[in-house]
Design a protein around this ligand. Structure first.
Ligand code: MSP
Length: 518
């Protein structure tokens, strides 16, 4: 796969509100994959951005007494700053109010219209502004006070909408979508979500309303500006805009489309796995290769909502626990795809157990011993025995398994296999007790410490996508040059050179203090 382009996207975030930890999570997962693929030698395009049109943003702006564009400008900037402050490595940040995007989405509309996929009619049905989604009556849930609610878990009330509307002929796409899912078994993940989508499509699709006339905050429909486009056709098209659509001959477009992965939350899977491939195929474009729907986080058992205040502010959490610690916890704590609960107790336990007592302690012990007993330089190993080789090879040979896990977005499993090597290195250091060898067998001590240092180097290289700051600190302490940190340097090719002088060691994962849950 090395050298192959890799295009990965986050959903674009609504600008009716400021970012919270749920948003940071989606982008974090993409960032980890983007970093992994770059280190694996692939040419990566990693996209994030903001979704700025639609009724929800218009209503929020009205309630705040500001123009929608002003609200969009202000909050989009918060999402951009978050990506920067979290150290996310996105290659572009798209806003749907940009001129390049209006051009793309209007072009897509025209392509669909020319192919007979769009007709003018009248919508009469239920709509949830919070979800920006239409629902059939049979899907709705009755709330405690008899009010009808969207079935999405947002608890949003639906409202009855009746207005002239353009429709996309989604009803004609059912069989083609099912055939597409069949031919592309990896298109929707995890499997449980795939089954939900397939049964939704099997249940029969209604034509989809794709324009609105009762408000104006959107991209005008070409040739009929009394209509603005439905925010989801507008939003989904961002994935095309960023790689240069409508210019299909464009080098970026031909290199990166179709996208390798749209990573989304479970709440927005239907838009990505049903509507989006139908729009694309309807316009003669290839659908993306894969859609992965991750789960939702709660905080100390509670749904994320504004009333949780600081508990959901990514800045506060990072300040309290550290950027790498947050990344590690979110990616390791639950199998990616499942829901998770963020609790302070779980966070402290995970970080202390796996990071402070695990890789942090291993690196610190090894580097301190080298500093004291080997003249602060990479030790010169003698002949290796089977146990030595097994440890180094276990670390150097992690990559194929990791590639497998990452191609399925199994972050937790990738981290488990890396941490298993750390566990083996801990057993090795205890069994070989290099601190005692200094006096009895200095040559063997040098070999043992070299084996440990080389194991740590390999582990730190593969940890870079997950805990980039700490991995970089470990590699700095091993004097590994910044251009020798890609996966191609795993194993013998990049092996530490005996005699290289090393800086004084310093801890990379301080222990977190246990604290009472709130
Ligand atoms: N604007 C649409 C997406 C358009 S993509 C073409 C949207 N925006 S959103 O801001 O409401 O949500 C963006 C992402 O944040 C979704 O993937 C959603 O699942 C995720 N999360 C929002 N709250 C979350 C949690 N509590 N936990 C995990 N992720 C959550 O939908």
């Amino acid at each position: 796969m090395a050298g192959e382009p890799y295009y990965i996207t986050t959903p674009i975030y609504y600008v009716n509100d400021v970012p919270h930890i749920g948003h940071a999570y989606t982008t974090l997962a993409c960032d980890t994959l983007a970093r992994f693929m770059r280190l694996d030698g692939r040419e990566v395009f990693f996209l994030t951005g903001t979704d700025e049109h639609g009724q929800k943003v218009e209503q929020a702006a009205k309630a705040a007494g500001v123009a929608p564009q002003d609200m969009a400008d202000r909050n989009s900037e918060r999402f951009r700053a978050l990506a920067c402050d979290m150290g996310y490595t996105n290659d572009d940040f798209i806003r749907t109010t940009e001129e390049r995007h209006a051009r793309a989405v209007q072009h897509l509309w025209r392509e669909l219209a020319e192919r007979g996929e769009i007709y003018l009619g009248k919508y009469a049905g239920w709509y949830s502004v919070r979800d920006e989604a239409f629902f059939a009556e049979k899907e709705l849930i009755k709330g405690p006070n008899g009010k009808l609610l969207a079935p999405t878990g947002t608890g949003a009330e639906v409202e009855w909408v009746e207005e002239p509307s353009y429709f996309f002929q989604l009803s004609a796409w059912g069989d083609r979508l099912l055939a597409f899912y069949d031919a592309n078994p990896d298109f929707i993940a995890p499997d449980s979500r795939r089954n939900e989508v397939v049964s939704f499509v099997r249940g029969g699709l209604q034509d989809l309303s794709i324009s609105r006339t009762t408000f104006t905050w959107g991209v005008p429909v070409p040739g009929d500006p009394a209509h603005v486009m439905y925010v989801w056709i507008d939003a989904l098209t961002n994935y095309l805009t960023a790689v240069g659509y409508p210019d299909r001959e464009n080098k970026t477009f031909s290199k990166f489309w179709p996208a390798n992965l749209h990573l989304v939350g479970k709440d927005i899977l239907r838009f990505h796995a049903v509507y989006w491939p139908a729009f694309l195929m309807g316009a003669g474009l290839a659908p993306p290769k894969r859609i992965f729907a991750h789960g939702w986080w709660t905080i100390e058992g509670q749904k994320i909502s504004k009333s949780l205040g600081n508990a959901i502010d990514p800045y506060e959490l990072v300040e309290k626990y550290g950027r790498d610690q947050m990344r590690y916890f979110l990616l390791r704590e639950v199998p990616f795809g499942n829901d998770g609960d963020f609790s302070r107790a779980a966070m402290v336990q995970r970080v202390n157990g796996d990071l402070a007592n695990g890789i942090g302690n291993l690196a610190q012990r090894t580097l301190t011993l080298i500093q004291k007993n080997c003249g602060a330089a990479v030790p010169d190993p003698g002949a290796m025995i089977d146990d030595d080789r097994a440890l180094i090879e276990g670390a150097a040979g992690l990559l194929p398994g990791l590639c497998d896990h990452m191609s399925r977005q199994e972050f937790h499993k990738a981290l488990q296999v890396i941490l298993a090597v750390v566990g083996e290195a801990d057993s090795y250091i205890d069994a070989n007790a290099p601190w005692a060898l200094g006096k009895t067998d200095p040559a063997r001590m040098a070999t043992v410490l070299y084996v440990l240092a080389e194991t740590i180097r390999n582990v730190a290289i593969v940890l870079q996508p997950f805990t980039p700051d700490a991995a970089a600190k470990i590699l700095d302490q091993l004097a590994v040059a910044t251009d020798s940190r890609a996966f191609a340097n795993l194993g013998e090719k990049g092996a530490l050179v005996p005699g290289t002088s090393l800086p004084a060691p310093r801890g990379v994962f301080p222990r977190l203090e246990a604290e009472p849950a709130v």
